[in-house]
Design a protein around this ligand. Structure first.
Ligand code: SF4
Length: 281
């Protein structure tokens, strides 16, 4: 199995994490680019290599390129277990839940660098809420907050791009082209929201031979079913904005970035890890 590093530490309720599996002898290799899985597959034709293709629009182009290259090079021993998610459908789903719907959104700049800002323009109008595309530096985020506050004060719905040095209206055409060639939209299960229609990506039929969910026997991979999460972790409430990370009873006690109980404490981009790193109480 090949995977990005942050996935190694995502805990599950009963099966530990990939680090634990590796410690028990599983062949789990961290990659910094999905294309490294190509080299593993080419050098080890006697082994099945499964790449965990997980993430949002940010990781989708590189994972799409991996599937494309595997097919082009006829690497029958390389497949992807795809769990790609899309941001706009989940924003629509959140706004459809009156108990979760926020007044405005800050949209992640690295996602919008792929998709472009244009889709968020129509999305803001559809959702009747301000959306500010922001970068990740403190000044970028403050600029995004200022933009949505101005729109809220005027009672306007609309999109502002506070990260224009990176995010262009049309996004990254090459990335979008390879994504469209390899992936199609599919239903996905989200924490706290259940299955959201067409909120993710799966491999097109032409890439079925490289789809681990189809080529391996069903018990090998459990996908698109109820997530196997730690029941002590109220991650869904945090992700829906119903619970501040610091109000979770396990925050910075039993749950820290070194010993995460749930996925939001793993990556620095996760809300609980971000609170831990920048707003410890
Ligand atoms: S602090 Fe830990 S246990 Fe609490 S919601 Fe976040 S990840 Fe889950």
């Amino acid at each position: 199995v090949t995977t990005f590093g942050d996935l190694l530490r995502v805990p599950s309720a009963s099966r530990g994490d990939l680090f634990a599996a590796k410690a028990k002898g599983a062949d789990v290799r961290m990659v910094t680019s999905p294309l490294q899985a190509l080299d593993f597959a080419a050098k080890h034709p006697d082994q099945q290599i499964v790449h965990l293709a997980i993430g949002f629009e940010t990781t989708a182009p590189a994972n799409a390129m991996l599937a494309y290259m595997a097919r082009e090079r006829g690497l029958a021993n390389l497949s992807l277990l795809v769990s790609q998610f899309l941001v706009p459908p989940i924003l629509r789903a959140i706004c459809a839940d009156p108990s979760a719907a926020p007044d405005a959104f800050l949209a992640a700049g690295h996602v919008c660098a792929i998709t472009g800002s244009d889709p968020y323009d129509s999305l803001a109008r559809d959702l009747n809420r301000p959306i500010a595309i922001t970068g990740f530096e403190p000044a970028d985020i403050l600029l995004g907050v200022l933009d949505v506050l101005r729109l809220l004060e005027r009672g306007q719905a609309g999109m502002t791009n506070a990260y224009a040095r990176i995010v262009h209206p049309q996004g990254n055409p090459e990335a979008l082209r390879i994504m469209d060639a390899v992936f199609e939209t599919a239903d996905r299960e989200w924490r706290g929201l259940g299955v959201v229609p067409m909120s993710g990506l799966s491999l097109r039929e032409a890439y079925a031979a490289h789809d681990a969910a189809r080529t391996f026997p069903a018990p090998c991979f459990v996908v698109d079913q109820q997530p196997n999460e730690n029941p002590e972790c109220p991650a869904a409430d945090v992700l829906l904005g119903k619970l501040q990370p610091c109000d979770c009873p396990h925050f910075q006690t039993r749950c820290t970035p070194d010993h995460p109980l749930g996925a939001p404490m793993v990556s620095p981009e996760g809300p609980c890890a971000a609170f831990y790193l920048h707003r410890r109480t």
